[in-house]
Design a protein around this ligand. Sequence first.
Ligand code: ZN
Length: 198
Amino acid sequence: MRWALLLLLLLGAAPPPRGHTFGIQLHLASDDRGPVVSEDFIAEQLAAANKHFEPLDIGFEIVGVDALPASAVHVETRSDRDGLATDRLGGKLIHVFLVGQLDDVDDEDRIDFGVTWHAKHDDRKYVIVASQALPRTLAHELGHFFGLPHSSYAISIMNKTERKEPPQDQRTFADEEIAAMRPVLRRLLRDRVIVDVR
Ligand SMILES: [Zn+2]
């Protein structure tokens, strides 16, 4: 079974032990050509997330993969988005939807690489990563999950301004952003929104 195989492959990519390891449940859109992203795409997103969150001493591993219907390949509107995060989704983990194309819900001429949002029916945050995403998009969206806004730190992967310096491979979270995520992490753990999977 394809999903089980994917899960096995990704479990092999689990991070080294950290202070906390959180589970990510993937919801993968597919059309008649198959899943919208490859195993390599997922492994690259996960590896980048684990790299950028190391200073916070947290890591992520995939705990499950399930299939979204073909209607989820193209997410165009806010209600499409909320439709993904139905209240059937439980668990004290992070739900990440992998879709083919994600339109900017505020500007119909633009597409997004990813988004993190509060669904209407609950106060949990959900994450979408689109197939055009940069390798660090999941890490960026998890930054939002842990409470960060966009920023203007030159080093930061939360800064969306085009710039040459520092080079892409040297960008990560600013120290101030790591510090800002600590209290949010404590609150999410205290409220048992997410729990350790190790
Ligand atoms: Zn963002």
